[in-house]
Write a protein that binds this ligand. Structure first.
Ligand code: UDP
Length: 469
């Protein structure tokens, strides 16, 4: 008879390229390694040009559909991003239910996967009769451990996390000082905290959780979470999933890459704060002067500063709106033109990290950036901003030892010292460089046929394709 159609996986992507990229990579891997097809379901609120171009570049096995726009105008001005995404997801349940019913009719739908802020969509999957509901967690096992423990912590921690006298200790995790705990948990009166508690409960409805991390970078939590236990679904570390082709080439990439071609091996520190991060004006100035003082070569992606306390102003729109160069110290570009290149808004990050001239990465510790750095063996200077970045910085610098963190004061001297240490220091810096080389090897091995991450994904696919959905 007719061969069975390929297994199909529907994936709900909440806003942000940092969510879309790893889920798309997961879809591509399911297609190339396991013969599956997938549909990425996105929110209309983030249909940016960047996102559209990205979706259009995916292989035919990975389709995409956008949910209808949702009115969020009743939410208070300045509501947290996490609140916006969560609200939007809840309001989209009816539309998503219809969409999943349609996918069930037209494909051999074997599973539904939602990302971290999209767990409410499990209600839609249930209503549409989609039996297998999985969560994709695009950040790491430390953050997942925290969220899974949140219902207990909500009871046992009476104060705000930032007021804790002792670091927060969770099974297998590096102790996290209170102020470094996940940003959306830092104000219990903010609706965003309630949302995280709500998600923590929802996560327990997942059949399993796929996590974009790997054992070597956080071995203890990996050991614990891989085991089934009451209170959490089984966890599969399937990472590092990063954009395999380094992002589609664009003519705008050329100046950065040509400049790198002219620099000595491992001599350049790449400086970037992700797709949405921006610094306050004063810190941006200190960073410029710190880089200059470090004497190292640098490639810096500059964004207009953010002084309203909203460090993620650019999140819903990757393009920086004002002229960021106007905020640099007087004469800075001219004085550093022989050693530095400053580019506005965006750089082909993966290609930069993969380049032989790159020897360090001053990063906001967004998890995708961290994974990309590890995949290409680039040691990090940690300068976290928002979301889970502060606890990522703790885990990288105090835990596995893949980064040196810039002290909180963010003075130019301290910045220069951290940069110099990571690039050429003989003590801590050398240890960090060696550790990162080790992690690079472990990451590559895990993704090879038979490696830990590949085997974890194969096990999941086996569950999806054995029996009816
Ligand atoms: N990125 C890039 N060029 C830039 C800034 C970011 O290509 O100038 C990419 C980067 O490679 C990564 C993603 O955008 O894949 C940022 O994700 P991450 O989780 O690090 O941070 P977020 O943007 O979510 O804060």
């Amino acid at each position: 008879g007719k061969p069975a159609p390929p297994p199909h996986v529907a994936m709900l992507v909440t806003p942000g390229m940092g969510h879309l990229i790893p889920l798309a990579e997961l879809a591509k891997r399911l297609a190339s390694r396991h013969g599956a097809t997938a549909t990425l379901i996105t929110f209309a609120s983030t249909a940016s040009a960047t996102q559209r171009a990205f979706l259009a570049s995916l292989p035919p096995a990975v389709a995409s559909l956008s949910l209808p726009p949702v009115d969020l105008s009743d939410l208070p001005r300045g509501a947290a991003i996490e609140t916006l995404m969560s609200e939007e997801c809840v309001r989209l349940v009816p539309a998503l239910t219809d969409l999943l019913l349609e996918l069930k009719r037209t494909t051999r739908l074997v599973a539904f996967v939602a990302d971290l802020f999209g767990a409410d969509s499990f209600d839609a999957a249930r209503a549409a009769g989609v039996g297998r509901r999985y969560l994709f967690f695009p950040t790491n096992l430390h953050v997942l451990t925290l969220i899974l423990h949140l219902p207990e912590l909500d009871v046992s921690v009476a104060s705000e996390f930032r007021d804790l006298a002792e670091p927060l200790r969770l099974p297998g995790c590096v102790p996290i000082p209170g102020p470094d705990v996940l940003m959306p948990l830092q104000d219990k009166s903010n609706p965003c905290y309630k949302w995280m508690l709500h998600h923590a409960a929802k996560y327990r409805e997942a059949d399993a959780i796929l996590v974009n991390s790997f054992d070597a970078v956080e071995p203890e939590p990996a050991k614990i979470l891989r085991q089934p236990a009451p209170g959490h679904p089984v966890v599969y570390p399937v990472g590092p999933l990063i954009q395999a082709d380094g992002g589609s080439g664009s003519k705008d990439d050329a100046p950065c890459l040509e400049w790198l071609d002219r620099q000595p091996a491992k001599s350049v520190i790449f400086v970037s704060f992700g797709s949405g991060g921006a610094l306050p004006t004063e810190q941006m100035r200190e960073l410029a002067l710190g880089l200059e003082l470090s004497g190292q070569r640098f490639l810096w992606v500059v964004r207009s500063p953010s002084d309203e306390g909203a460090v993620n102003d650019n999140y819903y729109d990757a393009e920086s709106k004002k002229d960021p160069f106007a905020y640099l110290p007087e004469g800075f570009v001219e004085r550093t033109k022989d050693v530095g290149l400053v580019v506005p808004s965006w750089a082909p990050q993966i290609k930069v990290l993969a380049h032989q001239a790159t020897g360090g990465f001053l990063t906001h510790c967004g998890w995708n950036s961290v994974l990309e750095s590890l995949v290409y063996g680039v040691p990090m200077v940690a300068w976290p901003l928002f979301a889970e970045q502060r606890q990522n910085a703790v885990m990288l610098s105090e835990g596995v030892g893949a980064a040196i963190r810039v002290p909180e004061s963010k003075g130019r001297e301290k910045i220069a010292a951290a940069v110099r240490e990571v690039m050429e220091g003989e003590g801590r810096g050398a240890a960090v460089r060696a550790k990162v080389a080790e992690l690079q090897k472990a990451a590559a091995e895990g993704l090879q046929e038979g490696g830990a991450a590949a085997a974890a994904l194969a096990e999941v696919v086996e569950k999806w394709t054995g029996g009816e959905c």
